[in-house]
Every structure is written in structure tokens, then in C-alpha cells.
Unconditional design. Sequence first.
Length: 257
Amino acid sequence: MAELTRDVNERNVQSAYVCAPFDLAYAKLKKAGYKIIEPEQFAQLRIAKGASHNVSSNGAYTSMGDVMIPQKGRFLTQVPFVLRNPAESTQAHRQGKEVYISNEDAENALPAGSVQIPYKQSSVPTDRFAEDPITVFVFGKTAKEYGAFLKEAGIEAMPLWFNDEKYINSQKSPFANQLWLHRLVGDNWSDLIGYGRCLSYNNAVRGVRYVEPRSGETATKISTPKLKEIVRYSRQFVPQIARKDFEKGLEALFRKQ
């Protein structure tokens, strides 16, 4: 049986993932009280935990969907058709089929919140996350910060992997998929992936749940202190004679992250 692995356990937020076919993984997360993670929440966790943490070194399915419409184009949408019926969608992929939807459903999904992915666009430069309609739609208010985070990790552009025009136009009706946010390590570069009949594979589905603060407490945003902040704070505790070596050691630790 697929196991639920919780790798983020902060005071006010927890995150876990399950590696299993999509329908089984999604059901297990829901039973444990997790909602499937939104791409912006995923980005926020990565920024908070760092490029070497498990949330950054492993990809997962997110809450966002995509729709491919013959003769019209490919779109990311806030209406995730796969989540409407995970079992049926996953079964379609088990049978080697796309998750087909009606023309009416596809057209109705676009006004509810969507962004088109131009066929000619294959990536988004990380220094343009705050301006590109795709990354603004996917990562919301965190787009600029996430782009800077990826750039600092050595990623100059985030690739976009979706069905091409020829394949989409060869289909008789629109079809949907679920958005995957890839890992940072290797040559994956935090890709956005929305193609392939892969829901039936043992891929990860990540969930998140927020913990209500106890009486008198205030939930705060997850944050990791910067090197300058740690150095400044530590000066009251580290003797002058050892401070230089201590700060050099801290800097070396931060370079490893």
C-alpha cells in the first residue's frame, strides 16, 4: 500500500506526498486531511525550505489543470477536470487514452480563470516571472519571488512541457490533464508539465494542510532567516575572538543549501 510521507511539519503548515496512481494517492491525502497543493503554495514551501529540501528536490501533481482544445490551443485552467472524477481520469490513462471532455465544458472552463500557452513558447525566463502571464497565473503573488529563488539556484528559464499543436489538432474533442511541477535538481529546472498519459503511474501527489494557531497565537508565514540576519543576531552570543571563524563557518553552510 502506498505510504503517506510528511516532509514539512511547521507550526502552522504541514505538507505530505503519496507516490501512487493519481486516484489512489489523491484519496489517501484527502483521508488524512490534506488538500492537493496549489502551485503557489508549492513555490512558497520551496522558497521557505530551500533548494536542497525534499519539496524542491521532488516534483508532484498540483491542484491546477490544463485543457487542450483542437483548433484553439492549450490552456492552464482553475477548473481541474481530473479532480472532478479522479478514478475515471486515472482509468483513462491506464487504458492509454486521454481524459476527454465535452466542447461545452472546455469552453466554460476558460472564463472561470485560464491562461493560454502559446505553441511557440517553450519556457519562461526566471527573471520575467512577474511579467509573463503564465507564471503570474500559476504562482500568483509569489511569481517574482519564486523566479528569483530559481535563478539563485542556477535556473535561467523554466521549461513548459505540453502537447504540441499537431497532436492537439488531431484529436476529435478537447482533453484535460493535471499540472505537474517538476523538481529543481538535475536538468528538470522546475518544469511545468501538462502532457502525457501518466496519471496511472506511481507518481507523487502532494498535499498541504494549515494548522489553526492555538489560542493567543498568530499564524505566521513560513520563513527561513537570511545569513545577514543570523550573523547580526548571533553577535550578542559569540565572543569577539571567535566571531570571524564562526561567521565564515555560517557562510560555508549557506553555500551548501
